[in-house]
Ligand binder design. Structure first.
Ligand SMILES: [Zn+2]
Ligand SMILES: [Zn+2]
Length: 279
């Protein structure tokens, strides 16, 4: 089973790949560029990307990119909307060069417009991205949201609607446990009852799981992660998710608020111990 964490690429993508196994990770996520901006990102270094690709193969790793938070594919403002499309096109190129199978993007915020308008706007954005993109073998993964502000993508129906016009090779899903819990879509008592897990149209496109505990209670509609077993979701819910046979072929990525990367070794150890526990 693949279990890993978010890693910094400040010292190069290649370095992140070399570090992953030292933390007990056999998969990892990285930011494609500065997470808080569109600019200030280092241009793609083809030598680093090639060394990283080689490291993924040698170390038997898989990785996904995560796009910057500023991307809003449902923005009613044309400038931000176009910048978001351009940024995602670039991120697909970066992910392809690094030999990584997908990039994760949060569902958008239509601000004053309706959720249905936001769904259509995101579909148009995704169609534009796929039209412009030359990248091969990289899937765009739509991440469910906690439902902050005008965010769409909390409900399964919205996620399915956004992806529906596209082939699954182009558009898939990333499931974030904290977001689903905070959005009131998955309980701590019965996480296995999350509607998506028994929906073939969802499971067919589910290519990544963000495994996070929650700093905020059920239904609080805030995106606030906690360390594994130290939040409102709790160790037992995390254990049930990790042991769910419907999810065992999907890579799990921790995005928990560690103080430094080395602490992910403890988080991964905690998860492996939960995985080994029947009840
Ligand atoms: Zn996430
Ligand atoms: Zn989050």
């Amino acid at each position: 089973m693949r279990l890993g964490c978010h890693l910094s690429v400040a010292k190069g993508f290649w370095q992140a790949a070399e570090n992953a196994p030292k933390l007990g990770a056999n998969c990892f996520q990285y930011f494609t560029k500065n997470p808080r901006g569109f600019r200030g990102a280092k241009p793609l270094d083809p030598v680093d990307a090639a060394r990283g690709r080689e490291a993924l193969r040698r170390l038997d790793l898989v990785a996904v990119g995560h796009t910057p938070y500023l991307i809003n594919l449902a923005s009613p403002e044309d400038e931000l909307y176009q910048l978001s499309i351009e940024a995602l096109v670039q991120d697909l190129v970066i992910a392809e060069a690094r030999g990584t199978y997908a990039v994760v993007v949060h569902c958008g915020k239509p601000k004053g417009e309706s959720a249905a308008w936001g769904v259509r706007r995101m579909q148009e954005a995704l169609a534009a991205v796929l039209e412009k993109s030359t990248a091969q073998g990289v899937t765009i993964l739509l991440e469910n949201t906690a439902g902050q502000g005008s965010e769409i993508g909390t409900h399964l129906d919205e996620l399915l609607a956004i992806a529906e016009p596209f082939p699954k090779e182009a558009v898939g899903f990333c499931f974030d446990t904290q977001h689903a819990f905070a959005a009131g879509q998955m309980t701590a008592e019965h996480p296995e009852d999350y509607a998506g897990f028994s929906e073939p149209a969802y499971m067919d496109r589910l290519l990544a799981i963000h495994l996070n505990d929650s700093l905020v209670p059920f239904g609080a509609r805030k995106d606030r992660h906690a360390l594994i077993g130290q939040g409102y979701l709790g160790a037992d819910a995390i254990r049930r998710i990790l042991r769910d046979p419907r999810l065992d072929h999907i890579p799990f990525y921790l995005e928990t608020p560690v103080e430094h990367e080395a602490q992910y070794a403890d988080e991964i150890r905690t998860c492996r111990a939960l995985l080994a526990q029947a009840s």
